[in-house]
Design a protein around this ligand. Structure first.
Ligand code: OXD
Ligand code: MN
Ligand code: MN
Length: 552
């Protein structure tokens, strides 16, 4: 089934007696590879104009402006608000806008005034939507939802989570985490954090079953919308799958004492402390952490001397030891590889959280470098940033090309080229992992050849004579048809992703992962053109990225 696309200019929305606009609620259908369109995601950017409060003359002016740039395929008018990337309106009041666009939808789009079209066409570039927000109330959302591929505007002004984004149809009792609304900070946040200590201990000890059980429990609590009381625990929470009797006892203990004794014991345990600390080092997972501890090491200083990093070296305190971080002895395609030595030497940098502003700066500089290598790439910052975190552990960017048909070829090999370019510019300092597309599968029986990935260490250029700190940067290149599954797959959180795969497999007979969606019984491949389509294909209600925070 092809997605309805409008090449004609149509503003035929009909207002009902209650003031709502019927056509605006129609959900668009997912598409097979579309022979008519060359776009990916927002290319051309689809624009819906709300007729109210815009004079007929102004409407004709806007239509002809969009027509004028038709060859550039930057903008395209559409007649269904739900299909639009940008909604143009002269309305400035929420109540008034709600007569034409459901508020839930408005919050997920860029809502701009007509000047945005004029300036974008005139300057031949998509202007930052935030600067043209039609409603002050939606300024942050408009800036965040702006489809400008190069614009860092999407980053600016975005704030943390907002529980109001939760569509009412999502139930906290739903079995799969991908059906629930999980805000960044939930109604029982400190309880979730206490239970997460139990999960973390299991994870560090390699107890996969225990880890998963507690991860599920945390995810259930994260989606639970009421403050838990003893009566709610008994009458409500205890009936939700994932909260077994053992855990109910622990929650009851927490409600009584404000803590769970097992969690306190874990935090006091020297083994847990050492394993946790070791695991903070880039390159040290739980298995290596246990091996090191079992070999008699318990502090990072022990690791420094074990790995040949001089203990108490002031160079390490101040700045990483250059001999270590150059790591001349190991390289990936001629670039220094991240080793445990590098992770240790850079630990003071890498353990610091990255504010949204800096995520944004990193994204902008990466995309500028990419543009110099290949014109027309598109990108989305994913991970915790997209889920609304004020500070991230690293920066994750999914990249593709706007050309739906030829984009796959254009981005092939680009991941390595970009990383080398950033290395030559002194921006990427180390590489942890660099993968390329696997050889093309002529039979196309799977999506397995559609992702390239680089896990790197990155440093912004000096600012005001001050050097910047090292950050982790992950780049994921997807072919156009895998772009939106990659965005969904890399947005997280972990339990959300796990349950998305499980839901797809057990409830729908599909295989979902970052590289695509395949229907199992006939191996049919799907090519979603938006993240909303990913959810539609999988038969799921939309869950805003800021409500996918299934972990603490
Ligand atoms: C992060 C995340 O913080 O992706 O980096 O959650
Ligand atoms: Mn991340
Ligand atoms: Mn990452």
């Amino acid at each position: 089934m092809k997605r309805t696309r409008t090449s004609t200019l149509s503003f035929s929305e009909s207002e009902d007696s209650d003031g709502s606009t019927r056509s605006s609620f129609k959900r668009h259908k997912y598409s097979e590879p579309d022979t008519e369109s060359d776009d990916i995601g927002g290319f051309p950017i689809k624009v819906f104009v709300v007729q109210a409060k815009v004079s007929p003359e102004e409407i004709s002016e806007l239509i002809s402006m969009v027509e004028k740039q038709k060859n550039m395929r930057m903008l395209e008018l559409c007649s269904i608000p739900a299909e639009a990337d940008v909604i143009v309106t002269g309305i400035q009041m929420k109540k008034r806008l709600e007569r034409h666009i459901p508020w839930q939808l408005a919050r997920r789009r860029a809502i701009v005034n007509p000047q945005w079209i004029r300036d974008s066409v005139e300057k031949e570039q998509i202007m930052p939507c935030g600067d043209y927000a039609a409603l002050q109330e939606l300024h942050a959302e408009t800036a965040h939802n702006c489809p400008n591929p190069k614009g860092c505007d999407e980053c600016r002004g975005t704030s943390g989570p907002d529980a109001e984004v939760a569509p009412s149809s999502l139930s906290h009792k739903a079995r799969y985490a991908c059906q629930r609304a999980s805000p960044l900070v939930c109604a029982n946040q400190s309880l979730a954090e206490e239970i997460d200590i139990l999960r973390r201990a299991r994870e560090l000890e390699g107890d996969a079953v225990g880890t998963l059980a507690y991860e599920r429990a945390v995810a259930v609590i994260k989606a639970y919308p009421h403050v838990i009381s003893p009566s709610r625990l008994e009458s409500d929470l205890a009936r939700i799958s994932g909260i077994g009797t053992k855990l109910q006892v622990k929650i009851a203990e927490y409600l009584k004492k404000g803590q769970i004794s097992e969690a306190r014991e874990i935090l006091a345990s020297p083994r847990f402390r050492s394993l946790s600390e070791f695991n903070t080092i880039y390159g040290i997972g739980p298995v290596t952490a246990r091996q090191l501890y079992d070999n008699g090491m318990s502090t990072l200083e022990h690791l420094d001397s074990y790995y040949g990093i001089r203990a108490h070296n002031p160079a390490i305190e101040e700045q990483a030891d250059p001999n270590i971080i150059e790591s001349r002895w190991l390289s990936i395609k001629g670039m220094p590889e991240v080793t445990i030595q590098v992770g240790l030497a850079l630990r003071r940098d890498l353990s610091q959280k990255i504010p949204r502003e800096e995520v944004c700066d990193m994204h902008a500089i990466v995309m500028k470098g990419l543009e110099s290598l290949q014109h027309g790439c598109v990108s989305t910052i994913v991970g915790g940033y997209r889920r609304g975190k004020e500070e991230s552990n690293d920066v994750d960017i999914v990249i593709s090309h706007q050309d739906w048909r030829g984009g796959g070829e254009k981005i092939k090999g680009l991941c390595t080229k970009l990383v080398k370019h950033l290395y030559d510019e002194g921006l990427v300092t180390h590489v942890m992992h660099l993968s390329s597309f696997r050889p093309h599968n002529a039979l196309r029986t799977g999506h397995w050849d559609s992702l390239e990935k680089a896990l790197t260490i990155f440093r912004l250029p000096e600012a005001d004579g001050k050097s910047r700190i090292h950050r982790r940067l992950d780049l994921i290149f997807a072919s156009p048809e895998a772009y939106w599954t990659a965005v969904t797959g890399w947005t997280g959180s972990r339990m959300f992703e796990r349950d998305l795969r499980l839901w797809a497999k057990d409830e729908k007979g599909y295989k979902f992962d970052s590289t695509g969606i395949t229907r199992r019984h006939d191996s049919r491949l799907f090519y979603p053109k938006s993240e909303q389509e990913v959810f539609e294909i999988l038969g799921l209600e939309w869950v805003d990225p800021t409500l996918r925070n299934t972990g603490v």
